[in-house]
Structures are given as C-alpha cells and as structure tokens.
Write a protein that binds this ligand. Structure first.
Ligand SMILES: NC(=O)c1ccc[n+]([C@@H]2O[C@H](COP(=O)([O-])OP(=O)(O)OC[C@H]3O[C@@H](n4cnc5c(N)ncnc54)[C@H](O)[C@@H]3O)[C@@H](O)[C@H]2O)c1
Length: 427
C-alpha cells in the first residue's frame, strides 16, 4: 500500500483522497484553508457530494488532514495535485495554485511521483517538470492523471470509471500510478503527458458541443413545431450517436465546462489557431441562458416589478456547487430587467446577489409569483403538486418556464400554468 499526499481538499481532492483511502492507501489531505481542515478533522464534510461523507467516515483511520506541507509530503509515494485552476480575465487557466504547490515542496528524499489531477492547459506538465528540475527535484516523477468525475456522482465515477488516463514522461511513473488504482476496474489509457492533458480538455469540449448542438436543434424545433425530446430520443438511439448529453435545456454551467472551454479556446489561440467550433459552442451556451428572458417577456411584457421564482440555484442537481451556474446569469438578468427574484434550492446558496432573496421552501418561492423558472432539475420538483402551487401564484395567468424539460407539458397546462419549455411546442 502507498502513502499519498493530496493537495486540495475540494470536490476533486476529497473524492480522490477518500477513494484512494478506500483502496487501502494512507492519505494525507493538505489544504490552505484552516476552517476547511478543522471541519474535516472534526468529522464534518465541507462540501456536498453524495456518498463522500460515508466514505470519509469509513476510512477515517487512513486519512489525515493538515495545513502543513512537510507533514503531507513526509514519506509520500505520490503527490496528488487537486487545487483549483479558475479562469483569468483573459480566459487562460490560472495556474497560480499549481505553482504554489510545486514551489512549496521540500524535504522530499525518496522517489515520489507528482500526479496532476487538476485540469491544466496542454504543456503544463512539461513546465512543471522543468520547474521541479530547476528546484533540484529531478528525482520527483511526474504524471498526468486527469479527473473525469462529475459532481453529484463523483464517488461512483471514481470507483467505476469509464477509463483511467495516465500520461507520464517516464514509464515507471505511469506504471506506479496505474498500480495505485489496483482494485478499480476500467480501461487504462497510457500516453505521453501532453496527450493526457489534451484528452481531458477534448472530452469536456465534446460534451459541451453535444449540449450546444441539441440546444440549437431545440431552438429550431421551437421555430418549426417539432418536439426536441422526441427528436433527441430518435437521434440518440442511433448507435453511432448515443443518447448521452442530448437533453435540451438552458445551457451548461458549473466549475468545469465554462472555464475549461475558455482555457482550450485560449490555448488554441495562444498557439495561433482559431478554434471556430468551440467558439460557437460557447456562444450558443451564453445565448441559450438568455432565451428564458425572451420567453418570459413574450407572455408578461416588461418584467419590471414582476415577481419571478427561480427553482434551483446549483448548476445541476445533487451538488451545492454554484460556480458558473445558469441561475446566477438568469438572476442577474432578471434583476437588471427590474424583476423581484426569489430563489429556492434544497442545498445550494445564492450568495451576494443584490436584489435576489433566497427562501427555504418551494411554497415560499412560489407565493405570489407572476412567473416561475425551473433552473435545476432537483428530484424534489417532480413531487410538487403543481395544480395546488398554481393557486398560490400571484397572477391570473402565471407563466412557468421549464428550463430542463422536466415536467409534463399537458399536466402543467391542465393545472392552469402558461407552460413553456425548451424545444417543445408551445400551447
Ligand atoms: N469539480 C469537479 O467535478 C472537477 C472534475 C474534473 C476536474 N476538476 C478539476 O480539478 C481541479 C480542482 O477542482 P475542485 O472543483 O476540486 O476545486 P475546489 O475549488 O473545490 O478545491 C480546490 C482546493 O484547493 C485548495 N488549495 C488552493 N491552494 C492550495 C495549496 N497550495 N495547497 C493545498 N490546497 C490548496 C483550495 O483551498 C480548495 O479547497 C480543477 O482544476 C478542476 O478544473 C474538477
């Protein structure tokens, strides 16, 4: 069994640490946020991720949490980097946390392998390798082992991966990372570091492309009277295409897709290549979020003074993550139009958005509302009695925009809502 240091106690770092501990490895998780480490030491999980709580608890004797780099790296065989790589103003990935980890390393005597889990531009591994060498850490290996887990299903995704990608400069380092995953079944893709970095960016770009593709099909469906749900079903049954990521909606958000698409676009541009398709994917996604405003205006006219309930704040169900969530863009646009916005989410919080009130229950969000926008398809929303909820709404003709095509159009209209969705025929 190995000893693993994990830098970053966020969504990826904690899931990685918990799953590696579950395989029997000793794991030290290091973060720079004191409160985060203290909560973890007290047995609390600072993020919401299904199954993580139980996994950390079950493996508590193999997990240590620290603020101290020396404690983390002592006797470590692997140095997992799972720090954030947010976008900068230029769209490039901000790698400052990665460089801090590299520069803080000290006291490494044995042959530890640094393993990059954070999503980084192609070429980062080569630059990190160079910096390690400059710092006299030639004996520290390097591998890229990008993360493909999705928030909400991250534990299951880690334990049952579609594939494990390992890129390394030295085969022995790649072998070691592969061996660390013993006990997890899944195809292993071995390659060079640059290709591993590109696999992650390309996989995300492919998923985003499918989302923007089906959203554009949805928009054409709206203009022509077709139903995108049936269209996606019919298209997705083609074995060459498949059904995943063909659900039309108000666009993608989250901590990965928006930033990774910008980073790939910038990476291409910095290398002298104009990535036309990706530019279109990003633009379609931006416009898609805003189409909701048009649907509301079509029925309500000016939104000034109108009460709008936003159902769902998290960027998707089963997470408390609101980074780049469509709800934030929508709330901002609605407030700019003069609407009063009340937001509900079972877990996520909409912090610091002027003009937006967050309430605890769907009833409180719907009370007196002129319009409702379903933003996140939380399972709870399927159980709401929408006929009863209609009675609590404010206007005689309350408008309901189902941004995820979650609800049944006929039943919603029978319940008295002016129901609109994405890519399905209007009433
Ligand atoms: N969130 C996901 O589902 C997901 C999936 C695939 C890939 N990724 C990538 O993984 C990386 C991490 O994402 P995340 O969502 O876990 O981020 P996060 O913001 O949840 O966590 C990052 C953590 O790193 C800590 N940190 C910063 N500097 C540090 C340092 N010097 N030493 C130790 N810890 C430090 C932060 O305090 C924070 O707790 C990003 O590159 C992201 O793109 C994320």
């Amino acid at each position: 069994m190995s000893r693993v240091a994990v830098f970053g106690a966020g969504y990826v770092g904690l899931v990685t640490g918990a799953c590696l501990a579950d395989l029997g490895h000793d794991v030290v998780v290091r973060d720079v946020v004191t409160e985060r480490i203290e909560r973890l030491r007290a047995g609390e999980v600072p993020i919401f991720e299904p199954g993580l709580d139980e996994l950390l608890g079950r493996n508590a004797e193999r997990l240590i949490y620290t603020l101290d780099v020396a404690e983390a790296v002592q006797d470590a065989d692997f140095l997992y980097v799972a720090v954030g790589t947010p976008p900068t103003y230029s769209g490039d990935a901000d790698l400052s946390a990665v460089w801090t980890v590299v520069d803080e390393l000290s006291g490494l005597e044995g042959r530890a392998v640094m393993v990059m889990k954070s999503t980084v531009p192609v070429g980062t591994g080569a630059r990190v390798r160079h910096r390690l060498d400059e710092r006299g850490l030639e004996h520290v290996g390097y591998a890229s082992n990008p993360e493909f887990t999705a928030e909400g299903t991250a534990v299951r995704d880690f334990q049952h991966p579609d594939r494990i990608v390992v890129g390394s400069f030295d085969d022995a380092d790649g072998d070691a990372v592969e061996a660390l995953h013993e006990g997890i079944d899944g195809p292993v893709v071995r390659c060079d570091v640059a290709s591993a970095e590109m696999i992650k960016l390309a996989a995300n770009a492919a998923l985003m492309t499918r989302i923007s593709f089906i959203n554009e099909i949805a928009n054409v469906c709206e203009a022509t009277g077709a139903d995108v749900v049936r269209v996606a079903e019919g298209v997705g049954l083609d074995r060459r295409i498949g059904p995943s990521f063909l659900r039309a909606g108000i666009g993608y958000g989250g901590s990965c897709f928006p930033k990774d698409s910008l980073a790939l676009k910038q990476l291409a541009a910095n290398s002298g290549y104009h990535f036309q398709l990706l530019n279109a994917v990003i633009e379609v996604n931006e416009l898609q979020k805003r189409r909701v405003i048009g649907k509301l205006q079509q029925h309500l006219g000016s939104l000034r003074g109108k009460k709008v309930a936003l159902l769902g704040v998290a960027f998707k169900p089963n997470t408390d993550d609101t980074r780049e969530a469509p709800s934030l863009v929508l709330a901002g646009r609605l407030v700019a139009e003069g609407a009063h916005v009340r937001a509900w989410d079972p877990i996520a919080k909409i912090d610091d958005l002027p003009g937006v009130e967050q309430v605890e229950t769907t009833e409180a969000a719907l009370a007196g509302a002129d319009a409702v926008v379903l933003v996140t398809e939380w399972p709870e929303l399927a159980d709401v009695d929408w006929a009863q909820a209609r009675g609590a709404a404010g206007s005689a003709q309350p408008v309901f925009v189902d941004g995820r095509n979650m609800l049944d159009p006929d039943r919603m209209r029978e319940s008295g809502w002016v129901y609109e969705s994405i890519g399905r025929p209007s009433a």
